[in-house]
Design a protein around this ligand. Structure first.
Ligand code: NAD
Length: 248
């Protein structure tokens, strides 16, 4: 039997980049994936490619009512939520002293508050079932800092420390919570944030000991590990997947 056979897994932001890579890997391991992304058409197209009865549900993770409706629809259709992957994220690279509170609000709302909404909403169903796991995509920016990403680093650092406390609180309910922290990864988001700085990619490839950016599959492998039922005793952990760029 495949490692994730019959598991019901929600992946936010799964219509692009790392989230799409995660969804593809989880489906290949047997999971039924709920693609919860902003765009309905893209969510449904992605889900159709995954197979295993996977579905797409248009969801804005910053909108609590939409998140609650999504988790309720998943439980109504499949009976439970085994794993939530908090992957939806966004960033704008600029010096902190040039950034505006409007940008901070957006960065914090999508990355940090979105993770809180989805986690609380999905975990309510997991607590009722007495089992589940939450895997949140942090960033090495949240562990070691990253120039031009001050508020994003705060949001991702928030996800990392939130995960530890949440993991302590829900361990007695049979729920685990862990963080996977990508280093620079080859995705549409990276293309967007490096558009004004074409030398960034080459500089990073030189700095990363493995001499390449992460591919979505590299992250997906770590998420699949935490989602496996036999990883249930591992909780509150933070794993960097960065080709050796950061070691902590
Ligand atoms: N690419 C990198 O170098 C890198 C590095 C570290 C961490 N990360 C993190 O990895 C995750 C995935 O990033 P990516 O590079 O694949 O980005 P991406 O832009 O390629 O994909 C992000 C997806 O999230 C969706 N999304 C955005 N806002 C949303 C919202 N409010 N509700 C629901 N979905 C929303 C987008 O529609 C998109 O499909 C993010 O959390 C990001 O912060 C990326």
């Amino acid at each position: 039997m495949s490692a994730l056979q019959n598991r019901i897994i929600i992946v936010t932001g799964a219509a692009s980049g790392i989230g799409r890579g995660i969804a593809t890997r989880l489906a290949a391991d047997g999971a039924t994936v709920v693609v919860a992304d902003l765009d309905e058409t893209k969510s449904q197209e992605t889900a159709a490619e995954l197979g295993n009865d996977s579905i797409g549900i248009a969801t804005d993770v910053t909108d609590r009512a939409a998140v609650d409706a999504m988790t309720a629809a998943v439980v109504k259709r499949f009976g439970r939520i085994d794993t939530l992957v908090n992957n939806a994220g966004w960033d704008k690279v600029e010096p902190f002293m040039e950034s505006t509170p409007q940008t901070w609000d957006r960065v914090l709302a999508i990355n940090l508050i979105g993770t809180l909404h989805c986690t609380q909403s999905a975990a309510a169903h997991m607590i009722e079932a007495g089992s589940g796991s939450v895997v949140s995509i942090g960033s090495d920016a949240g562990r070691v800092g990253s120039t031009g990403e001050a508020v994003y680093s705060a949001a991702k650092g928030g996800i990392i420390s939130f995960t530890k406390t949440f993991a302590r609180e829900v361990a007695r309910n049979g729920i685990s919570a862990n963080c996977v922290c990508p280093g620079p990864a080859d995705t549409p988001l990276f293309a967007e944030i490096s558009a004004d700085n074409p030398k960034l990619r080459t500089a990073l490839e030189r700095a990363i000991p493995m001499r390449r950016l992460a591919q979505p599959e590299d992250l997906a492998n770590a998420v699949a590990f935490f989602a496996r039922p036999d990883s249930a005793y591992i909780t509150g952990q933070t794993l960097s997947v960065s080709g050796g760029l950061t070691m902590a």
